[in-house]
Design a protein around this ligand. Sequence first.
Ligand code: SF4
Length: 301
Amino acid sequence: MLSCPVWQQSHTQALTMCGRARLIANGAAEEDLAESAQACILCGSCEPLCPRGMDTQRATLSLRQQLVKRGLLQVIGTHHRSRQTGQVRSEALFLPGQTLRDHKPVLEQCERLLGNRVLCAADDGTDICHDLECGTEIDDKRLEDFLAPLRDAREIIASDGMMVNFLSTLLGPKVRVRGLGQALLESAQVRRGIKRTDLYIIETRTFNGRRGELVMQYESLRQKTGCFMNLDLHRVATPTGAMSAQYRMNHQALVSVEAQIKWLLEGRSAERIVVEHLEDGAAFRKHTSLPVVHLAEVAEP
Ligand code: SF4
């Protein structure tokens, strides 16, 4: 519970995953959980610390879905359907997401670092991720069209943590699904570019969902470079909150992104912010005067 940004900002146990689990154990009805389900930003910070080993992100998604279906939860917002412009088929596919597509030089740098073998997918499935996060029904035909080229791939790299977790569950162990940060950190050029005075912001949904697998990779990077990271004492990644549907859709939110950023900077004399996801970068630009770069941009020759 202590790692939860909703707890840190509201100090209301009932609004945390821990509170939801306790309410259920005490016989609460689904409708009693609506406010709590809405408050969650799905950062996954509670998942690595759950004493019962619950898949907390998935539990909240499924609760939201039930509540929306019964009309007990307000939908956070609708997302325009992604425009499909054909399909790209390859053994290795990259789903950059709309924000990265809107920043062409950064996208091109990501593609250079990932290498020729990895092709950029035509469809990011951003609308599917949004439906999933908001608890609205995903259209079967749309989902099948999106998944068709991905089923042939052996490797998928996605910048959206929600998509990484969703595809890992859906496609099973035959397809290696990774976050963009994890993939870019394989490049020595990128690792060399991280400085001691950087605050490195890990994309939390992917990291917290598979912390056991990733923690040593990040810990060794932190030790080698001496940089600051958004990891707490339990090595759980702390979110800015900028990835949440509430923030992206300008919806009423309990978690203030500005307060999260203030907290992340506290006691850290960072001179530059390095982000794995551009949404986090935009939030730092809005609330601080520090220079912000995407992980791909730090690569040294
Ligand atoms: S996913 Fe994040 S916001 Fe939601 S309950 Fe867990 S820690 Fe709190």
